[in-house]
Design a protein around this ligand. Structure first.
Ligand code: 13P
Ligand code: SF4
Length: 324
């Protein structure tokens, strides 16, 4: 067996409550290579909250929800950004920092929401609802963003909708996010039929069963969950907002109705909190591994490119969001 380097051993201490020492040699070779390659390539790794703990806690330089990753991508000075997340997140980084090489370790890391809508669909919505502004969730392609007036994330959707100062908006593609925001604002929202394949699977019955089995449990839900689920939860917010809630409120027992790695990452930071972990895996997020992050840095693959004519318009929609 290969010896574990001091650097990899030190990183293991960050995740020792989750990854047993006996399993660490599976990861340590890739970790050593990634640490070396980051220096050689002058690269940083941005990782979403749904990345697995050995990525999130051990090789990432910047972590967060979609909004934080977009904001922080703008300020990256390194030559290369590796986006450990899904394709639309890598596109957002490229839009906001176009001079950098942005790599995504697996081009197949998509998103059911991004797949649910095309630029033609938006043009059709505009024909049906003339003059109504289009607010587009960042979980979409750059081509879809280019057809939009402004973007939003789960962390700022209500503020973005209300910033427009109009009585009605089109908000797409996530039907449940749109309904959850409609429940918090007087602005009328016209929705689309897209769903997140991870969050649409949670039901109010799941929450009732959890409360019966674990008295006193605090239930946090992502706003991509159906409104009936959000209604039964104690709190709903973006992945960053859920993480902050645990850090600030320190509930004795908590469940996060979201992607599985999120609980793992937050639990590692809060050993005093008991996490109950029924969760759903995002198959797209799980395409990113230490092995393909290493391969991305070794072979400088897969660079994200965006048609310049599309990028100009898509960037405007994202920048308008960031100005809210
Ligand atoms: P956040 O913006 O809350 O991190 O969510 C991104 C996502 O893909 C949720 O499924
Ligand atoms: Fe898309 Fe849902 Fe996966 Fe997030 S969790 S990337 S919204 S499929």
């Amino acid at each position: 067996m290969t010896a574990i380097s001091p650097a990899a051993a030190a990183l293991h201490s960050r995740v020792a409550s989750f990854i047993p020492a006996i399993e660490w040699p599976v990861f340590s070779g890739d970790i050593d290579a990634i640490l070396r390659l980051k220096l050689e390539r002058n690269a940083v790794i941005l990782a979403h909250n749904y990345q697995t703990p050995e990525i999130f806690h051990c090789v990432a330089d910047i972590v967060g929800d979609s909004l934080a990753l977009a904001r922080k991508a703008m300020d990256v000075e390194a030559d290369v950004i590796v986006l450990a997340g899904v394709h639309f997140m890598a596109e957002s980084a490229k839009l906001l920092n176009p001079g950098k090489i942005v790599l995504i370790p697996d081009m197949g890391a998509g998103c059911s929401l991004a797949d649910s809508i095309t630029p033609d669909d938006i043009r059709l919505m505009r024909q049906r609802h003339p003059g109504i502004p289009v607010v587009t969730y960042v979980n979409t392609s750059a081509a879809v963003k280019a057809e939009s007036d402004i973007c939003c994330t789960s962390g700022n959707a209500k503020a973005v909708v209300e910033s427009l100062g109009v009585p009605r908006v089109i908000m797409l593609p996530d039907e449940y996010l749109a309904q959850n925001i409609a429940n918090q604002t007087d602005v009328e929202i016209i929705a689309w039929k897209g769903h997140c394949e991870v969050h649409e699977r949670f039901t109010p019955g799941d929450i009732r069963e959890l409360r019966a089995a674990h008295p006193g449990i605090i239930v946090l839900a992502h706003p991509e969950c159906p409104p009936e689920v959000v209604a039964e939860a104690d709190f709903a917010g973006s992945t960053a907002a859920m993480s902050d809630y645990v850090g600030q409120e320190k509930p004795a027992r908590v469940v996060l109705m979201t992607e599985c790695s999120m609980s793992d990452n937050v639990a590692i930071e809060h050993p005093e909190v008991e996490f109950i972990r029924p969760c759903n895996l995002c198959p797209h997020m799980k395409r990113i591994t230490l092995a393909n992050i290493r391969a991305a840095l070794e072979g400088m693959r897969h660079p994200v490119t965006i048609d310049p004519a599309v990028a100009v318009r898509a960037r405007l929609a994202v920048e308008r969001m960031l100005a809210v």
